[in-house]
Design a protein around this ligand. Structure first.
Ligand code: GLU
Length: 462
């Protein structure tokens, strides 16, 4: 059985790049009917913050990424310590008392300036005991190639010359990432690891540890980076890359997941996936080797498709979360759940985002609506005497019925015919009167949505 994991460090909010790593691992776990682990890598005690752990979990829940197991590395130090002791006892790791300054001085005195902190093995054979300020380093052993088959990039070979005796245990009593990650991935039974290509040299280091500890080596896949449309790496500084940003912009979680899944993975030319279909077709043989480009416009386009396609209850739920997260209030009839659900269903297919949906719903929900610019321009041409007469007669029919259906439409057509006005002009006149807009969903649905206030709207002085 496949077991995958997402292992964020809680040193910042969930970012689009790391969300993609989470999504790929999660999708592949779902695709294979396997398990998914969320592991918070908070061994760097000075940089990790509880609030980031909470926000990462919130973002994952919002996107619907559930997990079977949850761990925090800060609660597992005794486990890591027992393996450190084992490696030291077996001579595969050793205590080292060199400071960074010692190392820099020694390297510079040998004319090494580009990799000044690369470890020179100074304490390797000294058999030092632990003490204040000492660290534990791995002894990477004789020069050789570390070779693995990457599911994205193919065969990768890294010579140990490029590495050094890296630190496993820090002087503050905490494990390093490269050490804790191997212990955890092994003990948790992780079978496949998909992560950013910036981890390739870490993978070589980790393979040395798997071998030393006698653990089976998982399958690795290193994902190319995500770039902006201007070909610069996506950066947190640009602000548009935190998952929270998308939530506040009114993006549906299903759409965001769909969009992100296509950043570095493809299924023919398909762009729009409902989640269950995505899970069905998501395999790791179609991960792309080339860098992915993030395109905000395309993301919004994908969202507009999901606004139409998702089941109504999902759009409603996302709408509620959007309002809560942005501190926007439900105005007028939006407070009536049955009305809100009818309004969302009617208006969603015209809205690119939940933010648009909210804005477009306001004139339907309150009586403070006004004519927009286009309606103000068009209205005089629709206020001829004959059209006004036709309009008054139409109002009569509309107010007489409570079923806004084909019978009413036929009656309105007859009114137009009788007064020799174009049916579409009559409808446009009614539309402007009811909504203050020149475009709307079909007029009968609009009447149904506005039925509690039809009378006052139809006689409103514009
Ligand atoms: N905590 C590491 C990170 O956030 C995890 C890398 C990995 O997947 O092994 O980069």
């Amino acid at each position: 059985m496949q077991k995958l994991r997402f292992a964020p460090s809680p040193t910042g909010q969930l970012h689009l790049g790391s969300a993609r790593t989470a999504i790929f691992n999660w999708l592949y776990a779902k695709h294979t009917g396997g398990k998914f682990v969320l592991r918070i890598e908070d061994t760097d005690l000075s940089r990790s913050q509880e609030e980031y752990t909470a926000s990462i979990i919130k973002d994952m829940q919002w996107m619907g990424m559930d997990y079977d197991e949850f761990y925090k590395q800060s609660e597992r130090f005794p486990i890591y310590k027992s393996y450190i002791d084992k490696l030291v006892a077996e001579g595969k790791a050793y205590h080292c008392q060199c400071t960074k300054d010692d190392l820099i001085k020694r390297n510079q005195s040998r004319g090494i300036y580009d990799e000044v902190t690369k470890y020179d093995g100074h304490c390797r054979d000294k058999n030092l005991q632990p003490g204040p300020g000492t660290v534990v380093r791995v002894n990477i052993g004789p020069e050789r190639d570390i070779i693995f088959k990457d599911v994205v990039k193919g065969r990768i070979a890294i010579n140990t010359k490029e590495l050094d005796d890296f630190v496993l245990w820090k002087s503050d009593g905490s494990p390093t990432y490269n050490f804790a990650v191997v212990i955890d991935d092994s003990l948790m039974g992780i079978t496949t690891i998909l992560r950013g290509e910036d981890h390739i040299s870490n993978t070589a280091k980790q393979i040395i540890l798997y071998e030393y500890l006698g653990f089976p080596i998982p399958t690795f896949g290193h994902l190319p980076m995500v770039f902006d449309t201007d070909r610069t790496p996506l950066s947190k500084r640009k602000g548009s890359t935190n998952i929270e940003y998308y939530r506040k912009q009114g993006i549906l979680p299903e759409a965001l997941l769909n969009y992100i899944a296509r950043l570095g993975w493809s299924h023919g030319n398909d762009e729009i996936f409902m989640l269950e279909d995505l899970i069905k077709v998501f395999d790791i043989t179609h991960l792309n080797k080339s860098n992915a480009v993030y395109d905000e416009k395309k993301m919004i386009w994908v969202n507009s498709k999901h606004m139409k396609l998702e089941p109504l209850h999902k759009v409603l739920k996302a709408f509620e979360i959007y309002l809560e997260d942005t501190g926007q209030v439900k105005v007028g009839r939006m407070q009536d759940n049955a009305w809100l659900s009818q309004a969302v269903d009617l208006l969603r297919s015209r809205s690119d985002t939940l933010a648009d949906l909210y804005r477009d719903m306001i004139p339907y929900a309150t009586e403070e609506y006004e004519l927009d610019e286009k309606a103000r321009e068009l209205l005089p041409s629709l206020c001829t005497d004959t059209l006004e007469k036709a309009y008054q007669e139409a109002v009569h029919f509309i107010l007489e019925t409570s079923s806004y259906d084909a019978t009413l439409e036929a009656a309105l057509r007859q009114v137009a015919e009788k007064h020799t006005v174009a049916f579409k002009d009559l409808i446009q006149r009614i539309r402007i009167q009811l909504t203050g807009r020149t475009v709307s969903p079909d007029i009968l649905s609009v009447m149904r949505l506005l039925s509690p206030v039809l009378k006052q709207r139809l006689s409103k002085k514009l």
